[in-house]
Write a protein that binds this ligand. Structure first.
Ligand code: TEU
Ligand code: CA
Length: 614
């Protein structure tokens, strides 16, 4: 792999002195960057260059990243201690999952006070120090904006539920129940909406004898965005964090903010996929445009919305730059390709996955921008989900293949913490090993409700449960993997494989997934073809090989032409490239000893991933 490193180093030098300089320029001086980007002559392959298009984002789930004070819970000072690790990895932007004051019904996605740091995570001074440390390393920070709902312990909701005449009553959705002839003292929910976390989306409240709406947990009441005061208050809290210097937001379930007028029952057809309807309320774009006008447009920030319920064709409504809403959204087609009902597994094929990425390329235009990711805190571990963990060798190769793919496909790549180490799903065997409210509530509905056996439920939750990605970071082979002190009990169990899979071991091993990911991130940064280049799937029907090109024409410079070849499986094969495509020089490979030049016929080993010029 030495050869690759030399090439990469050359790439970096090239990057520093030539066209590949937008990121550095913009991160050092936002105002200067703006003058560049508003000049249409500076377009690259028709795209307006932006720092967030050129960034590689790393998601930190603070509870599980690094504990600094031995209470078994990750915290902000822990993140600060690990900033050099992230800098060295080469990521530019950190997305921090919620760090706000919360009773933790849903691990911080239930916010009690938007202007306070969660006690377990530290203080505002700790936050400021962490942010300063991020800036000092020329990285950026985006925070999680969870404003479809608050905690039921938020001051607004405490007020709201206290009486029907509270000035905060209209901050949430309160409705009378439907008459219940069988039991008149206990009215039925106002409509048939189900909650994401099982049961009805309505909760009866004895104080005022009405129901309130909660798409998620009972402790996560939905805010009423139709109330202009709610929007004003949300915009104010956004400014609070932006004025501190954060560089943008990941917006939790943001398309759900505009509710259906009158909240009628879902039809049987709509009931098959409630988020489809919920994400397309009549005022969604109006509210996002107001947010953009009054807040976002005044700062040099990036925004990425969690677009549940939105199809790829609908995405431009939210992300097209001419509509002034958000920069990017997460689309879940690829992540959920192998998912059936709830946590059940669906069969998938490589051509289906390729068709999704092709669809991304055709559904979005040059004034839209994409994201690419295959994991986060709500999904299984990358390598357990789409790779092969049956042997150590296949785990390492397939994890590297997946990182290669994420860093060379179209869109801003998002890496979830620990995936750069090839961390795996947890070997859950018992219900009490799970912490997640989604699992606990589903157990009541599905197992206690007689829909499946406990064994079946645990098997499915082991495969897809959200706690898989939430087990603590594996830093070293010390007790508790260096996540917390030796004697502490981590809030969620360490994966027992931490002696094998950990950052300190991998940092010292040039053949590790960590070192490879670092290299692949370096390659992504070295060539704008991986950012703004055209994408072409060379062989869409091939069931084992994913081969595509990223090509960028740069005026007065040689074209940047890259070919990515991924063998998606353990079966070695002789692969003949399609007519007219010849692999040139090897620039990245996940297996040592890969021949330095390609040609038109490639001998691919198990889970081989290669990037060539072509
Ligand atoms: O998730 C929203 C969401 O709908 C999912 O992808 C989610 O994982 C759901 O459980 C699917 O069954 C966001 C957050 O990412 C998630 O952690 C929160 O629990 C949720 O919103 C509520 O804030
Ligand atoms: Ca701690």
């Amino acid at each position: 792999m030495k050869r690759t490193t030399v090439l990469l180093a050359l790439g970096f030098v090239f990057a520093a002195i030539s066209i590949d300089q937008t990121f550095a320029q913009q991160s050092s001086n936002a105002a200067k960057a703006e003058s560049t980007v508003h000049n249409s002559a500076a377009r690259v392959n028709g795209y307006e260059p932006m720092w967030w298009k050129e960034a590689v984002v790393y998601q930190v789930y603070p509870r599980s990243f690094q504990d600094s004070n031995g209470d078994g819970i990750g915290d902000l000072n822990g993140i600060t201690q690990r900033l050099d690790y992230l800098k060295k990895l080469g990521v530019n932007v950190i997305w921090l999952s919620p760090h706000y004051d919360s009773p933790n019904a849903d691990n911080g996605y239930d916010i009690r006070d938007y202007r306070k740091v969660m006690k377990e995570f530290g203080t505002m001074a700790d936050f400021d120090r962490m942010l300063a440390g991020i800036k000092a390393r020329h990285m950026r920070l985006i925070v999680d904006l969870v404003v479809n709902h608050t905690s039921d312990e938020h001051r607004w909701f405490v007020e709201s539920r206290s009486s029907k005449d509270s000035p905060y009553r209209d901050y949430y959705f309160w409705r009378d129940g439907k008459p219940n002839p069988a039991d008149p003292a206990h009215p039925l929910p106002p409509n048939n909406y189900p909650s994401f976390f099982s049961g009805s989306a309505w909760q009866w409240d004895g104080t005022t004898k009405q129901f309130y709406l909660h798409y998620f947990a009972v402790k996560q009441p939905d805010l009423n965005w139709d109330n202009p005061k709610v929007r004003e208050d949300v915009f104010a809290l956004m400014k609070f964090w932006l004025d501190k210097g954060v560089d943008g937001f990941r917006m939790d379930v943001i398309p759900l903010i505009s509710k259906q007028p009158g909240l009628p029952d879902l039809t049987p057809e709509e009931m098959k996929d409630p988020p489809r309807l919920w994400a397309n309320g009549p005022h969604r774009d109006e509210y996002l445009q107001q947010m953009n006008r009054e807040v976002l447009s005044k700062y040099d920030v990036m925004t990425v919305g969690e677009a549940i319920g939105i199809t790829l064709e609908e995405e431009p409504k939210i992300i097209n730059s001419q509509r002034h809403e958000l920069n990017m959204v997460f689309n879940f087609d690829a992540v959920r390709l192998n998912r059936g009902e709830f946590y059940s597994e669906a069969k998938w094929t490589l051509p289906q996955l390729k068709a999704i990425y092709d669809h991304h390329a055709t559904a979005l235009s040059k004034t839209d921008w994409d994201t690419v990711f295959l994991s986060n805190h709500d999904n299984p571990r990358l390598v357990s989900n789409y790779g092969d963990t049956s042997t150590a060798e296949f785990r390492i190769r397939s994890a590297k293949l997946l990182e290669t793919m994420l860093l060379t496909l179209r869109g801003t790549p998002f890496i979830f913490q620990g995936d750069e180490l090839g961390m795996t799903n947890y070997p859950f065997t018992r219900l009490d090993q799970f912490n997640d409210i989604e699992v606990k509530n589903a157990y009541k509905e599905k197992v206690l409700g007689g829909k499946m056996t406990e064994g079946e439920f645990i098997a499915e939750s082991r495969r897809f449960g959200r706690d898989n990605s939430r087990t603590p970071m594996q830093w070293s082979d010390a007790p508790n993997a260096g996540f917390t002190s030796d004697a502490a009990k981590p809030w969620l169990a360490m994966n027992p494989n931490y002696k094998e899979i950990n950052a300190s071991k991998e940092g010292a091993d040039p053949e590790s997934i960590l070192r490879y990911t670092q290299e692949a991130i370096g390659l992504h940064h070295a060539h704008l073809a991986f950012v703004y280049g055209d994408y072409k799937d060379l062989d869409p029907d091939n069931t084992q090989v994913f081969a595509y090109t990223r090509t960028l024409k740069v005026p007065a410079k040689p074209d940047q032409r890259f070919l990515v070849v991924l063998n998606f499986g353990e079966k070695p094969l002789d692969y003949t490239l399609p007519e007219g495509v010849t692999a040139g020089k090897l620039v990245l490979a996940n297996v040592q000893g890969t021949p330095e030049t390609g040609g038109s016929k490639l001998k691919l080993g198990a889970w081989d991933a290669r990037v060539y010029t072509y």
